[in-house]
Design a protein around this ligand. Sequence first.
Ligand code: UDP
Length: 238
Amino acid sequence: MNKETILGVQVSKETYSSITDKLFNLMGTSDQAFIVAVNPEKIMKAAEDPELKDLINAADYQIPDGIGILIASRLQKGSVRDRITGIDLMQTLVAEAEKREKKIFLYGGKPGVADKAAAQIQLDHPKINIAGTINGYEKDEEKIIETINAANPDILFVALGSPKQEEWIKANKQRLNVSVFQGVGGSFDVIAGNIKRAPKIFIKFGLEWLYRLLIEPWRIKRQLALPKFLLKVFSGKK
Ligand code: UDP
């Protein structure tokens, strides 16, 4: 298995292209793949919460979303070297779906957000087939399942926040004729233009956290979890 364990949580050792190939290769088979993004905050929570740990480990791919995961891997002499962010993987899969004529579906976000994100995706990828959208506050679970199955997408992006989206995917994937499930958190808000990402230069140097700290200084509390996390990984290494 192409994975490494950090504080009991599995982390995939993939690149954008290796994971994309694997995901598109299983379309048309009866296999399904479930992708969850992991960051230091989620791993710290999972280390204290066995249910959350099991939920994350039940996914097929745990993508390292966050520079902290790469530092942790180095500290424990592991080999996770490529950061894969949830939103960039989503964008990669969308671009590939356009090329390979596969269908995508967007489920989640406040009413109107998935539609706005879909309109932006359609603008950026004129040939993409968006099979449908459902907002993340729809209460009728049966209707959600029926709508998605009727639209018959290859990839379902689920944006309900964590761990709600992962719980939903785990509970429902067997009832859905979908090949690839990705939990994407606030990505629809970003694509719809409701939330701005850091400027490219910050992303390039792995400093998205610094940008967010500058515009939202109250995040310092959340970010202090990172040194704690690294210390825990370091002290636990064999
Ligand atoms: N959301 C939703 N249904 C819910 C709760 C949340 O669709 O019942 C959406 C919310 O509108 C937002 C996203 O889930 O678009 C939460 O994103 P957040 O950034 O909190 O998730 P994270 O990336 O932190 O997991």
